[in-house]
Each structure stands twice: as C-alpha cells, then as structure tokens.
Design a protein. Structure first.
Length: 248
C-alpha cells in the first residue's frame, strides 16, 4: 500500500492530471448539451445517443495516462523511484492501479454526466435506465476509461517520450481505426477486431452509425470488453517487461 500511496502523491501533486481530468469530463458533457439541444430528426434518441461524445473524454484520458509515466522519464524522477523500489514491476503496477482508479472515476463521471445532461435537456425522451444494457452503456464508461488508461500507460512506458506516445495514441484512436474500413474487401472485418472499436461495442455506440447497432459482429458486448481488457493488459505487460530490461 505504501507504493500505491507514493504513486498517488506523485500523480496528484502535479497540475496535468487535474487539468486533464477536468477537461475529460467537461468536454463530453458540454458537447452532449449541444447535441441534445439539436437532437431529433436523423438522430435516434436513446441511451446510446447520450454517450456519443464520451470518446472526447477518453482521448483526454489517454493523454493523462501517457503523461503519468512519460513526464517521469522526461524529468528523471523515474530513476529515483527505481532506486527506492528495486522491484520495477511493483512500482509500475502501483502506478497502473492509481491511474486506473482515477480514470475509472472520470469515466463514471463522463457516463452519468452525459446521460444526466441529455435527460435534463430532453426530459420527455424516455432516457430512464430501465435495463442492464442501459446501465452497461452509461456505467460501463468507467471500465472502458480505466482499461484505455492502462493501454496508454503501457504505450507511455514503451515509448517514454510524451510527444511520441501522445501522438501515437491519438492518431491511432481517432484516425487509424476509422480509416481501416477503407481497405477494400477486408477493411470492415479488420475493424471488428481493433481495440477501441471493441470498447465502443461494449458501450453500445457504433463508430460508423451513431447509436444504431452494428450487426453480424463476432463477439458479444461483454466479449468485446474482455477482448479490450486483454489487449490493454498485454500492452501494459509489454511496457513493464521493457522497463525491467532497459536503463531508466
């Protein structure tokens, strides 16, 4: 527990986690308000529609998680950590636990914040959380944000440079997975196995058609969450293994 406390103090004693956390919540909730104000027509108003802007917050969380480790490499504080804790894996796992806990809370705030904002603006839209699927769509943001942060943390450990890690994460999550569908014949099939597509399918928000369901998917929503978790943990494990083999 002392390692976790130390990582918590290191994380919250800097400004970037606070700024990123507030931005990760404010951006999707604000854009949800704009979306709800103009909702109607082609947009089907359901629980999934309340989470269409949550990806903005997830992108900020990727930056937050990457900064949590790359800033330490940048300023050399990671060396002090590894000197105090020779077991590098334990130190990095404690960092991962703190980052996952923080981003999970942020994800819950985003999920319920966007839902509450949409329901406030559209009180007659029938947006009550009446089923397990509805709760998965809203509360599931906590799991998705935490796993996305672990993936970003792993990338940060591997790359070590803030600019490179952030650019890689944002370009991949915002552009690459969407552009894969442009590959003739196999593009859509490939996209069905990409990590952030899997996260969206667990939540129940499709990338290609808003809140409408995508048919003929290879996994169930919970299967996609497990798949996303395996990828996130694999990247984190690779990062930790790399840190134990490379000089700090």
């Amino acid at each position: 527990m002392s390692l976790v406390s130390a990582e918590r103090i290191k994380l919250f004693s800097t400004r970037s986690p606070w700024a990123c956390g507030l931005l990760a919540i404010a951006l999707p909730v604000a854009f949800t308000a704009l979306l709800a104000a103009q909702a109607g027509g082609d947009l089907e108003i359901d629980i999934g529609a309340t989470q269409l802007t949550a990806g903005l917050g997830r992108s900020v969380v990727l930056v937050l998680a990457a900064l949590a480790v790359t800033s330490e490499y940048r300023f050399g504080t990671i060396r002090s950590t590894f000197q105090a804790v020779p077991n590098r894996s334990a130190a990095l796992l404690a960092k991962a636990l703190v980052v996952a806990g923080l981003t999970g809370v942020i994800g819950a705030c985003v999920g319920f914040g966007c839902w509450a904002m949409f329901r406030l603006i559209k009180p007659n839209a029938g947006l009550a959380l009446d089923s397990g699927q509805d709760w998965r769509t809203v509360a599931g943001q906590a799991l998705v944000f935490a796993l996305a942060a672990l993936l970003a943390l792993g990338v940060g450990i591997l790359v070590r440079q803030t600019a490179g890690a952030v650019a890689l994460l944002l370009v991949y999550s915002l552009l690459v997975e969407s552009l894969v569908t442009l590959i003739p014949k196999v593009g859509q099939d490939i996209q069905h196995w990409l990590p952030f597509f899997a996260a969206d399918r667990f939540i129940g928000v499709g990338r290609d058609n808003g809140a409408r369901e995508v048919v003929d998917l290879p996994l169930t929503p919970w299967g996609y969450l497990l798949y996303f978790a395996v990828i996130a943990l694999a990247v984190l494990t690779a990062g930790i293994f790399s840190a134990t083999r490379r000089d700090a």
